[in-house]
Design a protein around this ligand. Structure first.
Ligand code: ADP
Length: 462
């Protein structure tokens, strides 16, 4: 209509604000490397916490025996067992189960929650048969992936800082979660013990390293995002107490908190201001699955209000609700190759209750692409920042030979354009020669087997 601005100027400004030309990518990669260094120098030295994982032995492939993994990171937990047969036989067998946590336990006492977990684990262990065999005289060892903030003090101890993701369990904060689980298992007379407490990115790196000696970095791109990598102990000034003789250790970057030099828009700033953690996790809010759909939704609201996207200044009522447009929706719209953009039409109708014409649908796809492109390219720049930092400290470690970056998470797995943009940025930054040797690949079994492998690599019997 005549009083609206039209969509074109808003789209053009969005594309300009989200642009990630090579100099921007280069700046982000350099800033990531600098922030990593600052975080390794002293605790609190940068946006990046650079948490020591206490994992300083990665799987070699020689691991043998029966090991368990427990993954607690949300309303479900997964239990898994794996029989390892060494270099030749590798993974002889695996079995896993998913258990959902009864909602009332999220508000229970620490003992009640850990008793429930121990009991489920015990039941699972009782079904151990056929291909699984525990070595004589051993207890069952567990790799425990625990995706809540903990202050780790050894491979087997981590103090819970606070519950997140809707958990309000009383009496765990300030306690060692490994001890909580071990005590619950003891109360039930179970023959099981935690040998390794691991972050999910660290589990992913361990899982990838088991199959490929060149795995150096792991990145998770799912609802949130994080990355870890292999660091030289002598490049960590803040590490004063050496725990082992190993020359390397895995550092959990907590890179979601990165914020330096990112190209942000009015939509990002408003989303951040209204979030539960304003000013925090800015990289995560720009590149991860929880937020991409929400950023697109905010653009659509503005375009309908002042750009006449859906006619006049009509703003679909449903579209005003935060987070109604999810990242899988924008991904689905980008896969639409039909001439009339029928899939885009139906997503817009289902999610926003709005009837759209072809030109509006085209604009919507352009917005999705702009936000996914920025996210993927910035994630790629972050990865190059990590590789650059590693290479600067150990010439020839990464560039000039093969290096693998293990990727996991639903966003990376299911969003082909995002994946493509990520790879494209890495290639642009590294140049075609070096990037041929930098393999960015989806790590299939995720952190599941990785945690069990870390229990094996850190077994109390070795
Ligand atoms: P989490 O990170 O929650 O532990 P996942 O690694 O499975 O679990 O990631 C789930 C996230 O992946 C979702 O929140 C969503 O943002 C993203 N995702 C899932 N499916 C798709 C899809 N089809 N397209 C794009 N993103 C997706």
């Amino acid at each position: 209509s005549s009083d609206s601005l039209g969509v074109a100027p808003i789209l053009t400004k969005l594309q300009k604000d989200c642009a990630t030309p090579l100099p921007v990518l280069r700046h982000v990669a350099d800033a990531m490397a600098d922030d990593m260094r600052a975080g390794l120098a002293v605790d609190g030295g940068s946006d990046l916490k650079m948490i020591l994982s206490y994992v300083d032995t990665l799987p070699t492939g020689n691991e043998k025996g029966l090991f368990y993994a427990l993954d607690l990171g949300g309303t479900n937990f997964r239990v898994l067992r794996v029989q390892l047969g060494g270099k030749e036989e590798r993974v002889v067998a695996t079995e896993f189960e998913q258990v959902s946590i009864p909602p009332e336990l999220m508000f229970a006492t620490s003992e009640e929650l850990f008793d429930f977990i121990a009991s489920a684990l015990g039941k699972f262990a009782q079904k151990e048969g056929g291909n699984f065999e525990l070595q004589q005289g051993r207890t069952r060892e567990i790799g425990f992936t625990f995706s809540f903030p903990v202050k780790q003090t050894s491979i087997r101890t981590g103090i819970l800082i606070k519950w997140t993701k809707g958990f309000a369990v009383s009496g765990t904060a300030g306690k060692d979660v490994v001890a909580c689980l071990n005590e619950a298992m003891e109360r039930r007379g179970m023959d099981m013990q935690v040998s390794a407490l691991v972050n999910d990115t660290v589990g992913t790196l361990a899982g990838a390293r088991y199959w490929d000696d060149d795995a150096m970095v792991a990145v998770i791109l799912g609802t949130g995002t994080n990355a870890c990598y292999v660091e030289r102990v002598d490049a960590i000034p803040k590490l004063t107490k050496r725990m082992s003789k190993s020359p390397i250790t895995i550092v959990n970057t907590e890179w979601g908190a990165f914020s330096n030099g990112l190209p942000l828009t009015e939509f990002d700033r408003e989303m951040d201001a209204e979030s539960i953690n304003p000013g925090e996790q800015i990289f995560e809010k720009t590149i991860s699955g929880m937020y991409l759909g929400e950023i697109v939704r905010r653009v659509l609201v503005k375009m309908s209000k002042v750009g006449g996207l859906f006619g006049g200044s009509y703003v679909p009522e449903k579209l005003v609700t935060p987070f109604v447009l999810r990242t899988p929706d924008i991904c689905a719209m980008q896969q639409d190759t039909s001439r009339d953009l029928e899939a885009v039409e139906s997503v817009l109708y289902d999610v926003a209750g709005v009837k759209s014409d072809l030109s509006a649908r085209k604009t919507v796809v352009d917005i999705c692409d702009t936000i996914a492109k920025r996210g993927g390219r910035l994630a790629g720049a972050g990865i190059v920042g990590i590789l650059q930092k590693m290479e600067e400290d150990s010439k020839g470690l990464i560039f000039g030979k093969r290096a693998v970056v293990a990727m996991d998470g639903g966003l990376y797995e299911h969003y082909p354009q995002y994946r493509g943009y990520l790879q494209e940025a890495v290639t642009e930054l590294l140049g075609s020669e070096i990037s041929k040797n930098v393999v960015i690949e989806h790590s299939k079994d995720g952190s599941g087997i990785g945690a069990a492998l870390l229990a094996a690599a850190n077994s109390k019997y070795e």
